[in-house]
Design a protein around this ligand. Structure first.
Ligand code: AMP
Length: 198
């Protein structure tokens, strides 16, 4: 049962408009399902949009932000709970521990770092939580192709594709969350999607 989803996504206000629209759909859908949002605690970019969408639809948002970012005035004070912590590592720990599942939206280095960390931890067997990649307009296609190259050169086994699932739209993410909640299926047993096929 998924009660809480950690979302990793861009802090940039310059992200494409489609990504903002998808963040809104995701946030509204989480609130409708009474699934709490956990995220990096910012009011900026897709982070802020996702949090606002959950709050506006009557949901619950817990943000965790390191003090140095709060001091840069990027914190979101209009959410249910804002936790200010001392280090990035402390924050990342809480973001992962409070999740029943992870959703990754388009983003930059911060989002990539968070995705790689939870993917690596799943690969190492530290957790079995679902990881869902929202591939808006093929945003992640080149990364997924690079994963295939890494696998073809023997750096990682082909089973890596079972560690995450790819959705083309926020609606698909929400459907998948429903399906996982109903079946308790954390690691996909389905044929994985390839780049470009979403
Ligand atoms: P990026 O993809 O580089 O924009 O980084 C976004 C991700 O890194 C988010 O999921 C946050 O957890 C973290 N992060 C990076 N920049 C910020 C910020 N200005 N405010 C809050 N969190 C941030």
């Amino acid at each position: 049962m998924i009660r809480s989803v950690t979302v990793y996504c861009s802090s940039s206000a310059k992200a494409p408009p489609d990504c903002f629209d998808e963040a809104t759909i995701l946030g509204n859908g989480l609130a409708e399902r009474e699934i709490g949002l956990v995220y990096g605690g910012g009011h900026v970019g897709l982070m802020g949009r996702t949090a606002d969408a959950v709050m506006q639809a009557g949901g619950t948002v817990r943000g965790i932000i390191p003090r140095f970012l709060e001091e840069r005035e990027v914190a979101h004070y209009g959410i249910t709970e804002l936790h200010v912590v001392e280090t990035m590592h402390e924050r990342k720990m809480m973001l992962t521990e409070w999740a029943d599942a992870f959703v990754i939206l388009p983003g930059g280095f911060g989002t990539l770092d968070e995705f790689m960390e939870i993917l690596t931890w799943k690969h190492l067997g530290h957790h079995r939580k679902p990881i869902i990649l929202l591939n808006t307009n093929g945003f992640w296609d080149k990364l997924l192709l690079f994963f295939e190259q890494i696998a073809s050169e023997g750096m990682v086994g082909g089973e890596y594709k079972r560690f995450y699932q790819i959705c083309r739209t926020a609606e698909e993410v929400l459907d998948l969350i429903d399906e996982i909640s109903n079946t308790g299926n954390a690691i996909s047993e389905k044929e994985p999607h390839g780049p470009g096929t979403g």
